[in-house]
Design a protein around this ligand. Structure first.
Ligand code: SF4
Ligand code: SF4
Length: 161
């Protein structure tokens, strides 16, 4: 019983820290505020062109609301990086925790609009090769944390090279 109370308190404390102090988050606060205040135009839930198909969003989703589906034709995004799958978000299972947005490496690494979100962040039209040339805007420890959830960590390795 005592252990259960401790677990509950620890969970409540972690969640409060996350909400109040933005700890354990990588999404830019301005983007989060735009999403929360409904200042983004809902379009597609997954920006198919910019998504690299890494599966990070699926792996981090606590409710299994995201399914990775095979593409008819694999797409070579750049040398050594081939996209074979895209995520499909099942809204009925989504609890709008924003983890998928926080952990998407396209957003997280480059500090720009993400490629997937339950309410979307608007149209994202990006050239992946150009994106990869941009400087990383987050710390090494956050990159390491995010990379745990990526099925294909090629993008992280490439940034380190
Ligand atoms: S916002 Fe929805 S889809 Fe994204 S991680 Fe949370 S529950 Fe899953
Ligand atoms: S985490 Fe981002 S880039 Fe990776 S599969 Fe999900 S939407 Fe695509």
């Amino acid at each position: 019983m005592k252990n259960l109370v401790l677990i509950f308190l620890e969970g409540a404390y972690t969640n409060l820290k996350r909400i109040l102090f933005a700890s354990d988050r990588v999404t830019d606060m301005e983007v989060r505020n735009m999403i929360l205040e409904g200042r983004v135009t809902p379009t597609e839930k997954v920006a198919k062109a910019s998504c690299i198909g890494c599966g990070g969003c699926k792996n981090v989703c606590p409710t299994e609301a995201i399914e990775m589906v095979d593409l008819d034709e694999p797409v070579e995004l750049m040398e050594g990086l081939v996209k074979t799958q895209l995520p499909v978000l099942h809204s009925e299972k989504c609890v709008t925790c924003y983890y998928c947005h926080d952990f998407c490496p396209i957003y997280a690494l480059f500090g720009e609009a993400g490629t997937i979100h339950p309410n979307d962040v608007g149209e994202v039209d990006l050239d992946i090769s150009e994106l990869m040339e941009k400087p990383v805007k987050i710390s090494e420890d956050k990159i390491a944390y995010i990379s745990q959830f990526l099925a294909d960590s090629t993008i992280i390795r490439k940034r380190k090279d």
